[in-house]
Design a protein around this ligand. Sequence first.
Ligand code: ADP
Ligand code: MG
Length: 384
Amino acid sequence: KNGPELETILEKQSCGREIGSRILVFVRLRPMGKKEREAGSRCCVRIVNQRDVYLTEFASENDYLRLKRLRGRHFTFDASFPDSTTQQEVYLTTTAELVEAVLQGRNGSVFCYGATGAGKTYTMLGTVENPGVMVLAIKDLFTKIRQRSCDGNHVVHLSYLEVYNETVRDLLSPGRPLVLREDKQGIVAANLTQYRAYSTDEVMALLQQGNQNRTTEPTRANETSSRSHAILQVMVEYRVKDASNNVVNRVGKLSLIDLAGSERALATDQRTLRSLEGANINKSLLALSSCINALVEGKKHIPYRNSKLTQLLKDSLGGVCNTVMMANISPSNLCFGETQNTLHWADRAKEIQTKACEANEEALQVPESEADQAKLLLKLQKEN
Ligand code: ADP
Ligand code: MG
């Protein structure tokens, strides 16, 4: 079977769970850090079972049994990951289905929310030994593409950008800030690098390099704390035969987003530059929370235009998209306030409804090169 035909058969066979009706929300607890232990922190979070999180200022096993009716608060999510959860388990539970959907021309997005040091970058990018969701998703994508076709029916492009201080930058080709403009697919960054990827191997290096280009500033609270929001976009394009046997182009887009620290910037540094940055980060995250509130309340007007971040996330939040939110939290009681804040927003995000997600389809465009064109012509002749 040739590419478009095989894709049509695979799509007819697939009967995935309906994941497009509301935002799925996951919580990941990270292990206690060395510094936190040395500072004498106690654990204030307990993952009670696969879905429930219990937050209290006293959360040892005994305290939990003794006090659970008296203080603290329970939250329930689509899944809650204890600190022993592996990167692979997190990927499989949160993102694997979205990768499958993107291969069917649907959009998906995963965003990590939480205070600086809570584990967002570890979850999204990870390390060379323990790669995170971004890398595992691309690896899985290429594996699935290889299983489906070996005739180059699928084309994968990557973009990696950041929003820092209300400025959008290309992480794959640092330079002048990018301008956002509206096109038929939504709001896009003009002249953003679209890197054509052929295999997983090159991607890890590319992302690590991109991450080096992220704007990070030393602050008193955390030397490598990042004040920028990073967005990796993976676009998959392929041809498929529609119901009337016409060959059409399908495009699926997966956005993987590592948000800046959600804590109050003034708590870590008082200097003017920092508070300006802080104000802008708050502006983006504040806009994000206003959008979440408006979406939860079913408002007609959602204030996406209030920040660069919400403009870029527009199709991920309220649009035609499968959306996953990951809330990262620290176990330490020193982070109690931040954890409470993170769990509050995660709890609220559960109520956001998204629209039913359909495949993005358009009539076949003229192939890029003459060779492609000849190949396609041959294919079409064989089919008829
Ligand atoms: P953030 O991006 O939210 O500021 P990081 O991802 O940089 O936080 O995590 C802070 C520190 O904790 C890093 O040293 C990271 O390696 C470590 N860490 C975070 N999550 C985990 C985890 N699940 N397992 C082991 N180490 C983790
Ligand atoms: Mg980070």
